[in-house]
Write a protein that binds this ligand. Structure first.
Ligand code: URA
Length: 251
């Protein structure tokens, strides 16, 4: 076991953060000798460990990472909220450890929007991803109830005036358009309530399906079935950290 250092954490605190029990329960667990650190039994709850120590319970290695970052392929019909007494939430789709560690959604998708949702234990990173001044563009695929034209592309580009604010310039790319339906990609760098739906509404169109495909450099992993999640790779995490670090203009 390492000496106490900057990223060291008390063993009892670590184990309760990992949802192994209350502080008292994990203290008893430690005193009973069932916890080893680097293959040696540790009996003192106040011992410190750090990220490189191998911690095990009854010989089974524990995943001691406290920072976790995941992508979820959010289904329609599920709320982006921590908990709800009546309706399923994105937290219900994940193993309980993520909630214990304080993994929170990065912004919201509407109940009827599907696709990429990031969840992280890093509140600062979440805030940065959401901040319009960080210019982290979010890409959506929308299906609407009528045709779209070059006029709509220009209107999105100019910044649409909605009832309570003017949207920042956005990109609209029309994928197909007929008399009764159109499909388009929309890139926005802000995330106000119902933003994409309201932007189309301002152009006289109703969104009938909406899916988020990307957040900055992170694209939805298409191998994830709806409702499935996975941890971000090191490369994805590095890329999103890099994307938020380039501030484009001051607050
Ligand atoms: N814009 C919307 O209107 N809804 C979402 O869920 C996300 C962006």
């Amino acid at each position: 076991m390492k000496k106490k250092d900057h990223d060291a954490i008390r063993l009892d605190r670590l184990l309760s953060a990992l949802a192994l029990g209350t502080r008292t329960q994990v203290q008893n667990l430690i005193r009973s000798g069932r916890i080893t650190v680097n293959q040696k039994a540790v009996f003192k709850p106040e011992s410190h460990v750090n990220a490189s120590d191998a911690v095990a319970l009854d010989g089974q290695a524990l995943d001691t990472r406290l920072s976790r970052h995941i992508m979820l392929n959010k289904p329609c019909g599920v709320l982006t909220a921590a908990r709800d007494p009546r309706q399923p939430t994105v937290i219900d789709l994940l193993p309980p450890i993520f909630e214990s560690l304080g993994c929170m959604p990065v912004g919201r998708l509407d109940k009827d929007t599907e696709g990429l949702l990031l969840l992280t234990t890093d509140g600062t990173l979440a805030h940065q991803i959401l901040s319009p001044r960080r210019q982290v563009w979010k890409t959506y695929r929308a299906v609407v109830d009528g045709p779209l034209s070059g006029e709509d592309v220009l209107a999105f580009e100019r910044g649409l005036a909605l009832s309570d604010f003017t949207a920042l310039p956005a990109r609209l790319t029309i994928l197909r358009s007929s008399g009764t339906e159109a499909e388009a990609l929309v890139d926005v760098c802000e995330g106000k309530y119902h933003q994409v739906r309201r932007m189309f509404e301002a152009r006289g169109r109703i969104v009938t399906a909406l899916k988020r495909l990307a957040i900055g450099p992170i694209s939805l992993d298409e191998s994830l079935a709806v409702g499935e999640y996975r941890e971000l790779t090191e490369a994805e995490l590095r890329a999103i950290r890099q994307a938020v670090s380039g501030e484009k203009y001051a607050e």
